[in-house]
Unconditional design. Structure first.
Length: 278
């Protein structure tokens, strides 16, 4: 299994493979040039289906999963995103609809469905949105009728890494087997393990504390474990575990002492660099 730069794509891939799917990444799609709404200078750059998975033993929409991954550390608020799309707002430096063009623009919806069909041989599939974590009611997104009409799939599913979990209930009902799968991957794949640690630290620095602590907790469980960590810091394992739960409020010096130790054990050094804000 190739290591992807985007850790969210890695997690999605790991889960789907664990469930028996064959997975491909970055399936390109583009509106057809003879589409009446095709505009050469706007529609000539491909978009991608981040993860496309097919299960040889399933049938119907569950046999094919088309997943769009959005690794936004600030999280995903369905209500805010829909409002931004409807009102033509600019979000994250681009027009909001551009992040979901396959759901918002008919020529791109058509191209998306055709790409799925060309790759899998069927138009029946389930569209999933995988995000860092969901803020608010995901049903607002999943029940949005224009999205359902656009891609022709089953009801679009919104999944996300919630605190202490890496995916939501729709596609990746996070269960012990999935957590075990992630831990097994971290134990055997050095690059994935390092990326997991880096992701946790970057989430903390970006202000997404709950997700950062959740990622670090899973990293610890997959590597040194809280029992051994407790011996290093002369604290009870329960005390250390409480540092990484959503309601935990660890002192900064204790938290970063643990992070420093994890970096040393992993043989990496993560730096915080200041950057100019335009």
């Amino acid at each position: 299994m190739a290591t992807k730069e985007d850790i969210l794509e890695q997690i999605v891939e790991e889960y789907l493979v664990h469930k028996g799917y064959f997975v491909r990444h970055n399936i390109k799609f583009l509106p057809r040039k003879d589409h009446p709404d095709f505009v050469l200078n706007k529609d000539s750059n491909h978009s991608d289906i981040d993860v496309l998975a097919i299960h040889p033993k399933l049938s119907g929409p569950d046999a094919v999963m088309a997943v769009s991954c959005k690794s936004w550390q600030s999280g995903f608020n369905p209500t805010s995103e829909i409002d931004a799309i409807v009102n033509d707002k600019t979000v994250r430096g681009r027009e909001a609809w551009q992040s979901f063009r396959e759901l918002c623009v008919p020529k791109w919806s058509e191209a998306f469905v055709k790409a799925v069909q060309d790759a899998t041989g069927t138009e029946k599939f389930t569209y999933c949105l995988a995000v860092a974590h969901v803020k608010g009611d995901r049903q607002v997104w999943q029940s949005n009728q224009p999205f359902i009409d656009a891609d022709g799939s089953e009801v679009p599913r919104c999944v996300g890494k919630q605190p202490l979990r890496y995916a939501g209930d729709a596609m990746m009902a996070l269960t012990k087997d999935f957590k075990d799968t992630i831990q097994a991957r971290a134990q055997r794949d050095t690059a994935f393990r390092k990326a997991l640690l880096q992701e946790g630290v970057e989430c903390l620095l970006a202000g997404d504390v709950d997700t950062g602590k959740a990622v670090l907790r899973d990293y610890i469980n997959a590597t040194i474990g809280f029992e051994e960590l407790s011996q290093v810091f002369d604290k009870s394992s329960k005390s250390l575990m409480r540092m990484f739960v959503p309601k935990g409020n660890p002192q900064a010096n204790n938290l970063f002492a643990v992070i420093q130790y994890l970096q040393e054990q992993e043989g990496i050094h993560l730096e915080v660099k200041a950057r100019k804000v335009a």
